[in-house]
Structures are given as C-alpha cells and as structure tokens.
Design a protein around this ligand. Structure first.
Ligand code: ADP
Ligand code: MG
Length: 442
C-alpha cells in the first residue's frame, strides 16, 4: 500500500522548520548543512559535492535530498515515511509516461476525451506521436493499419528498454511474423514460463529533417515539481543528436543511419569522440532561423511546448502526486522534412554521463539549475518565472512570456518558446540572488 505522508505534520528533526511568510509555507533547513544522497556516480555527484552548504549523507543515513534510481523507488518508496522537507527524484509511478506503450496509451486516452468534449479539431493538437500499437495485445489492430499503408516503414521497440536496445525496422509483415516465431512468443503460448517482453510497433518517420544529409533527434529537458496542479519548467538548452552516417532508406537494418542514440552512434567505426555527434539546441535554433526564418522556428518550438504540456496532462490524474517528488524528464523529439515535431519517447532517467567537455558543461549547469529551482536553500520567493536556464512553462495553466525570445513583439498569448535560446544562466542567477548575497550561487 502506498503510504501517503501526512502533509500537516511538522517534523521534530533538529535544524528543520516550517518557513513563515512565504506563500508556499515551505519546509526549510535552517541551521545545518543539507545532506544529499545519490544513486548515480556521474555529473550529478560532481554537482552535489560542489554545491555550497551541501554534504554527502553517511551511507544509508538521514538525507534531505535523494537523486535516487528507479529501482530504489520500486523497492523502498511504499514503506518509507518522508519528512516534510525531504525531496526525492521520481514520482511513485513515473513509468506511466516513460514506458513506450503506456505513454501512447495515456496520450490516446486524453485525445479521445478531448475529442468527446471539445471536438475533432481540438483533438488534432494530439497528432504529434507516430501511429503506435502495443504487442502482443494490439497485434490484430496493427495488422489492419499495416495493410492500409502499403510501403510504409515500421519500427519495433521493446517498451521498457533504452539506448536503442532491441530496436529494428521493417517493411514486410513476414519480417515480424518470423521474429514472433523466433525470439518472441505471444503471451498465449503456454510453453513459455514467463510472459514475453512487451513491444511497441510504431510508424517510422521516414522523411526526417536532415542537416548535412544526416538525421537527428532533439533532447529536451523538463522539470516537473507537481502534477496536481501541473508545475513544469523547461530548460532552454539541450541538444540535437546526429547519426554518424548519411540518411538513406536503402539500408533499413543499419542502426548507425536510423538510431540517433549516442550509445549506438559512439560504437560506429568512424565515430570521432573529439567531434562527437551533438549540436546544442542553441546552435540548431540559429541554424533553423537562418534557413527558415523566425515564424517557422517559433512554430516548431511552440509545437514542442504543446507536446510537453499535453504529455504531462495525459498522466496528470494517474501519476501519484507527492510534494516530496520531482521528475527531470528528457523528451526525445524528431523533426520531419516539413519541420513538424514528433514525440518519440520520454525518459525519466535521461543520461547524465557527459560525452565531452561541452556536454559536461551543459549537464552540470542543468543539474545545478534543477537544484536552484528546488531551492532547498530557501533563497527564492516562489513567484519566479525564470531560474537560471529554466523557464516556467506551465503553472496550472500557460505561463505567458514577458518578451519574445527572438526579439519580436508578442501579440498572441502562448506558452514560452525559449527552448534553444541563449542560455545566459549565470547572469540570470546573479541578478536573481542579488538580494541574498550571503549565499553563493552555482
Ligand atoms: N518512429 C520513429 N521514427 C523515426 N525514428 C525513430 C522512431 N522511433 C525511434 N526512432 C529512432 O530510434 C532512436 C531510439 O528510439 P527510442 O524510442 O528513443 O528508444 P530508446 O529508449 O532505445 O532510446 C530514437 O532516438 C530515434 O533516432
Ligand atoms: Mg530514446
């Protein structure tokens, strides 16, 4: 049973008090160091160790902040009583958005509801994920759809794996019937002791937008502090991950052409670790601005905002909301040749291992800003709309930008479109913390 912590109980932990005078009535730690734990040993550990006033908790001892892995949540969360002030990565059932089959199931459900309540036109705002079916459950519906689209390419993906593992493309139904007979057996097969792995089969975006003849996808970071109401922050920097080999539909078996995961690309024989395979989102935005102009670019980024908001809304009533929990998602998005963004998947543990110096700086800044937004140091008012590289995207409703990211006058209310804009986070933090000079910033 999920043990819901009592929200009104003020803990008797020394050094801990309920802040007065702020709108949030936030729990703060006032006269001791902030104790952290992390399950990961990469960039996040560097960030936590370097943060002024923070100290590593002793082993499994008491902690205020825990960057935990998903296994810990599975094994311990239901039996752990969290103190008022404690913060932990991941919501209890985070997988509702990050398992490929569940993500699509939740999106389909909200789309249906929207169509029922507001009509077909409104429901079209959900047309940002490629047609997807869960296997083995929806095999027959998939076959019908397959037959309606002769010549289409499909991609098969294990629902709960990552880094490109187990993914393959196909054109003919016989390719997957052979696969079903071989590696994979349907649940009804009584000779199998365990149920087979769930897969999704998805329409392959066969006309991706190319730069220099190569395919890429975007990695976009979103920090969610609450699902009820939804409060989400969008990081303005991220990256485009390129495939190493020129795009072509001649060889659909070649993962170096079709899968843009760094984990895949870095194993290519001609991969150059110095050059890597990434562009910053800022660079991509500048490139697209020069090539397609401001309106096209704003449209793309507005559509990405829509993808993020709709995705969060699709699980709003399902995720077990808890004020101790937060989530830092990595959204994977592909642009097609008409510049339409498509949601590919959402990760609750996006890779924090850096693939080079620039990547390290990006992730270091990102993680510091996650901590700045969480504000365990209690330096902020709670009314901020921008904190370092994060812009408030949704606060129980759209957050309208003060100014246009590309210097245009804003006439139509919209969510922020600062994604890929210049990330002057240090300058912004200096200004933000100016009134609190005693605490240093990161
Ligand atoms: N529907 C699709 N159309 C085009 N490319 C896709 C599609 N689905 C996945 N890909 C490519 O495969 C990569 C891995 O797929 P993804 O769904 O992100 O799985 P993983 O969890 O293994 O990263 C993506 O980064 C993208 O390059
Ligand atoms: Mg992925």
């Amino acid at each position: 049973m999920f043990a819901k912590p009592q929200s009104n109980v003020v803990s008797k932990v020394p050094g801990y008090m309920q802040s007065k005078g702020t709108q949030r009535q936030k729990a703060i730690i006032c006269d001791r160091e902030i104790r952290f734990r992390t399950s990961l040993q990469n960039t996040i550990l560097d960030v936590l160790r370097a943060r002024p006033g923070w100290q590593e908790a002793d082993g499994d001892g008491e902690w205020d902040f825990f960057w935990c892995d998903r296994e810990w949540i599975h094994q311990n969360y239901d039996t752990t009583f969290l103190q008022e002030h404690q913060k932990i990565l991941h919501f209890r059932n985070y997988y509702e958005l990050t398992r490929k089959n569940l993500m699509v199931k939740n999106l389909k459900r909200l789309k249906r509801q929207t169509e029922k309540e507001f009509g077909k036109l409104e429901a079209q705002s959900f047309d940002f994920y490629p047609s997807t079916f869960e296997l083995p459950l929806e095999y027959h519906i998939f076959v019908e759809e397959f037959k309606k689209n002769p010549g289409a390419i499909w991609i098969m993906k294990p629902a709960a794996k990552s880094q490109g593992h187990g993914i393959f493309l196909f054109r003919k139904l016989k390719d997957i019937t052979n696969w079903r007979k071989g590696d994979y057996q349907p649940v009804s097969d009584q000779t199998q002791k365990e149920a087979p792995e769930l897969y999704v089969v998805q329409r392959y975006i066969a006309d991706p937008y190319l730069v220099g003849g190569r395919k890429f996808d975007l990695r976009v970071y979103v920090l969610v502090l609450s699902y009820n109401p939804i409060k989400a922050w969008l990081y303005r920097e991220g990256f485009a991950r390129f495939s190493n080999t020129r795009f072509s539909l001649d060889s659909i078996d070649d993962t170096y052409v079709h899968l843009t995961n760094v984990a895949v690309q870095k194993t290519a024989p001609d991969y150059d670790p110095e050059k890597g395979c990434k562009w910053s989102l800022h660079r991509l935005r500048q490139f697209l601005l020069a090539k397609h102009g401001i309106e096209a670019v704003q449209q793309i980024f507005k559509e990405i905002d829509n993808i993020i908001v709709k995705s969060l809304q699709s699980v709003q009533k399902i995720i077990i909301n808890d004020k101790h929990c937060f989530e830092m998602y990595g959204f994977d998005v592909i642009l097609d040749s008409k510049l339409k963004p498509w949601l590919i998947e959402i990760n609750a543990s996006p890779s924090l291992t850096a693939s080079g110096k620039e990547d390290y700086q990006l992730k270091h800044g990102l993680l510091n800003d996650v901590l700045n937004v969480l504000d365990l140091e209690n330096r902020l008012s709670g009314q901020e709309r921008r904190i370092g590289g994060f812009d408030l995207l949704w606060d129980d409703g759209p957050v309208l930008p003060d100014d246009s990211p590309d210097g245009q006058v804003i006439t139509i209310p919209t969510t922020t479109t600062y994604l890929g804009c210049h990330n002057d986070r240090r300058k912004q933090l200096r200004e933000l913390y100016r009134n609190n000079p005693t605490k240093s910033q990161s």
